[in-house]
Design a protein around this ligand. Structure first.
Ligand code: PAF
Length: 285
């Protein structure tokens, strides 16, 4: 695997490979890699001639400075695991490389409702920062395919919207959430959990399963409340438990028994904020 620090170097190298854009797969990350990330690399490996990953903890997508500062890092292990999974190139820029003119946003992305609901409500400005960094990364790498994990459900929708707004020639491939054997979604933030918190964290998945098991046409309010109660009883500080249309993220109160639904949760266990989601009636078309 070849490491690049400077945008110009990686762009020139990729161009010189003369590989068709559609055969370049890109996996953007913020490091502290786990098997969820590695499964994205493996999928990209199977589908492309050239596989590129990036590790960049993007300051502009953090609402809390302390969250940015505490973001876990394991760069040596990350490099080892990326190489093992067959990644060809790793882009490891600094903040100055990514934002040579300063990190203040130069534009506002019109993300509609996606920029005010669920994650966006609790992390104002987050998705603007995600769009800013991903647009810059796509400019540098110019991949045909961008691999994202379903774990960040709303982020996937936001980036689809951004790509369509800017008419970027990259398709998004959404890969399933990887889970530990007890159901906890793999996340870099899990490494910040104490053993006791780690045990409780599994209730996020259980709460969503409780919705899935009792899902019936009609009013969903009680299901949503029950799931929230499961979490509160375990000591979580819940930001949201929502049941939404899986294509539009419109919150569904009264289900017609047909439309594709997704349950989404965000909650704190002490200092650590975790999110997860579950497609309630897959497959998603
Ligand atoms: O999902 C993430 O890790 C980040 O939001 C991303 C897409 C790498 C942008 O910084």
């Amino acid at each position: 695997m070849i490491l690049f620090k400077h945008p110009k170097d990686i762009t020139t190298f990729i161009v010189n490979q003369s590989i068709e854009r559609n055969s370049i797969g890109f996996v953007p990350t913020m490091g502290a890699l786990h098997n969820g990330h590695i499964s994205l690399i493996q999928t990209a490996r199977a589908e492309n001639e050239l596989v590129i990953a990036s590790i960049f903890v993007n300051p502009t997508q953090f609402t809390e400075q302390s969250d940015f500062e505490k973001y876990p890092s394991s760069i040596e292990a990350d490099i080892f695991n990326l190489e093992k999974a067959g990644c060809d190139m790793l882009f490891l820029p600094t903040v100055a490389d990514m934002y040579p003119n300063g990190s203040l946003p130069s534009r506002q992305y019109d993300l509609g409702r996606l920029d005010s609901i669920l994650e966006a409500e609790f992390r104002p400005g987050h998705f603007q920062g995600v769009c800013q960094v991903v647009q810059r990364l796509l400019d540098i790498v110019a991949p045909g395919k961008l691999y994202l994990g379903q774990k960040d459900f709303q982020q996937c929708m936001v980036l689809k919207k951004m790509i369509s707004l800017l008419d970027i020639d990259t398709s998004i491939i959404i890969c399933p959430t990887q889970r530990e054997t007890d159901g906890l979604a793999m996340s870099s933030r899990n490494s910040r959990l104490t053993p006791a918190e780690r045990e409780k964290a599994t209730y996020l998945f259980r709460a969503m399963q409780s919705i899935q098991e009792k899902l019936r046409e009609g009013d969903l309010a009680q299901l949503q409340r029950n799931a929230q109660e499961i979490l509160t009883k375990q000591g979580f500080k819940v930001e949201y438990v929502a049941i939404a249309n899986a294509h539009t993220l419109e919150i569904i109160q009264n289900w017609d028994g047909k439309s594709a639904l997704v349950a989404l949760v965000a909650a704190y266990i002490n200092e650590v904020r975790l999110i997860d989601n579950l497609l309630l009636n897959p497959p998603l078309q």
